[in-house]
Ligand binder design. Structure first.
Ligand code: BES
Ligand code: ZN
Ligand code: ZN
Length: 506
């Protein structure tokens, strides 16, 4: 369930729950000015609650007298003008959202006046980002609950009405953001789905059924086609499972008459391990349920394709996701096996839990051979080592090109999805060379695991191909609520990559 957002110029007399955003400076103005902007009641309430300073994310919930017509008023602090930006607006609005959900009001109104420009941020842009922040946090994955409504808690928050004198402008700004959020929600839904329902075949069909109607070409390679193509790496990972692997190729051809190198598509690749038990090198039991999120990279690619299609992006993009389930069984691949990947390179398996890089290897070869992309960005919940290094806030990103990295860094700053550059190095490229095959799926020491994993992938990247690898192991799944990300599947990556594309390639 997701909330619906509407825009209008004036407050309806039916509005019962009201949100008023305020900066620190508003509170510092003279009382007469505040009175003009806010009702007398609010001014009185502020005097009674001096601890509310309107710092970013400060919330004051008021129950006004009946004659005001409102049952609840929420004051939302936006902080100081000099520190303000649109991401701060989204964060503050996100922090407010649990209060709105618990308020027992189905419909909530948020009012922004035409004068409420904060620094460079125009008031209609502020309104749009506040709405987006609330919607991002209000995401709720409840489709597996047999009882949808908890009657004791009263009606659920479902409708957000934004009041702004230039409602059409606010709405237009909001829709740009909502297209990204729709892609984020698709990614979150996929990550949150249980692995008994989301397995390679069902996942591939879901992608086809949801993306084809949006104008995206979807091609599914089943195990027979992959066997014919000799994709020995992804096939090995799926061997232990009842569910055979799939590779899904998604194409959005939105470029309008672009020439030469710009005619080449951008390429995105995602790891889609629908459940990672570790295989024969089995993982410990505690927390293994969370390994349903091991398809987070693929979910991001799918969500990104959705966003590009619904906003009719002026660019050609190809997305390839490798879907497999890593299970132990009599048929499973083993440590010691030597696989021949689609590229022809042989891989010695030293640990069946380092399966993501095997799935990606065949996807990377395929996308380069078929589409000759301008650049490739791959996303994968690839290593526990990445989580140890950077935790949950930053996504470690390996890039073989400084210009591509600069673009990604700027996109990171603008979207608020934090990337941190990690090193690629010859030493690690050599470290994954095998004594009996071309390469091995494990580094020689247990240190620098995220770097040796990236170096492994580098063996499957053509010389001179621009490439970045995002290890989203720490960011794809959150165990606690964040301002605009409720816990569990985060949809991390959709926003930053959409920003990368729209700012540099359209
Ligand atoms: N899917 C895991 C990585 C992972 C761990 C993602 C925790 C999210 C949270 C991956 O397939 C894996 O198991 N990697 C191993 C590699 C090792 C065997 C070299 C790891 O990180 O332990
Ligand atoms: Zn694994
Ligand atoms: Zn994995």
């Amino acid at each position: 369930m997701s909330i619906t957002v509407s825009f209008s110029k004036t407050l309806s007399t039916k509005a019962k729950a009201l949100v008023l955003p305020l900066t620190v400076e508003t509170l510092e103005k003279s009382i007469t000015e505040i009175e003009r902007a806010l009702s007398l009641f609010v001014v009185y309430a502020l005097a009674q609650n001096p601890s509310f300073k309107a710092e970013n994310g400060d919330i004051l919930t008021l129950t006004p007298p009946e004659n005001t017509g409102f049952a609840k008023i929420f004051l939302l602090g936006l902080g100081k003008t000099k520190d303000f930006n649109v991401l701060k607006a989204e964060k503050a609005a996100g922090k407010l959202t649990p209060f709105l959900t618990k308020s027992g009001h189905k419909s909530i109104t948020l009012m922004v006046s035409a004068e409420q420009n904060i620094g460079d941020v125009k008031s209609h842009i502020l309104a749009a980002h506040l709405a987006n922040g609330i919607r991002l946090r209000a995401y709720n994955f409840d489709r597996y609950k047999s009882k949808k409504d908890d009657k004791d808690k009263g009606p659920k928050f479902e409708k957000l009405s934004i009041i702004h004198p230039h409602d059409a402008n606010a709405k237009a700004a909001y829709e740009i953001l909502a297209n990204v959020t729709d892609g984020v929600f698709m990614a979150r839904d996929l990550v949150n789905m249980p692995p008994n329902d989301l397995y390679p075949d069902s996942y591939a069909k879901l992608i086809r059924d949801q993306l084809k109607p949006l104008g995206i070409d979807v091609e599914i390679l089943d195990e027979k086609k992959m066997q014919k193509l000799k994709m020995g790496a992804i096939l090995a990972v799926g061997k232990g499972s009842e569910h055979q692997p799939r590779m899904v190729i998604m194409r959005w051809n939105g470029a309008k008459g672009k020439k030469s190198s710009a005619a080449k598509p951008l390429g995105f690749v995602g790891k889609g391990v629908t459940f990672d038990t570790g295989g024969i090198s089995i993982k410990p039991g505690a927390g293994m349920d969370e390994m349903k999120m091991d398809m987070g990279g693929s979910a991001c690619v799918v969500g990104l394709m959705k966003t590009l299609a619904i906003r009719k992006a002026n660019i050609d993009v190809v997305g390839v996701v490798g879907l497999a389930e890593n299970m132990p069984s009599a048929g499973a691949y083993r440590p010691g096996d030597i696989l021949t990947s689609y590229s022809g390179k042989t891989i010695e398996v030293l640990n069946t839990d380092a399966e993501g890089r095997l799935v990606l290897a065949d996807c990377l070869t395929y996308i380069q051979e078929k589409f000759d992309p301008r650049f490739i960005v791959d996303l994968a919940t690839l290593t526990g080592a990445m989580m140890v290094a950077l935790g949950h806030e930053y996504c470690g990103t390996f890039a073989n090109d400084d210009k591509l990295w600069v673009q990604m860094e700027a996109a990171s700053k603008a979207s608020g999805e934090k990337l941190w550059r990690m090193p690629l190095d010859e030493v690690w490229t050599k470290e994954v060379e095998s004594e009996v095959a071309d390469i091995q799926n494990l580094g020689k020491s247990r240190y620098g695991g995220a770097c040796t994993a990236a170096a492994f992938l580098g063996h499957f990247i053509d010389k001179d191909r621009l490439w970045a690898h995002m290890d989203i192991a720490g960011t794809a799944w959150r165990k606690s609520d964040q301002p605009t990300v409720p816990k569990f599947g985060s949809g991390f990556g959709v926003s930053v990559l959409n920003e990368l594309i729209s700012k540099n390639y359209e």
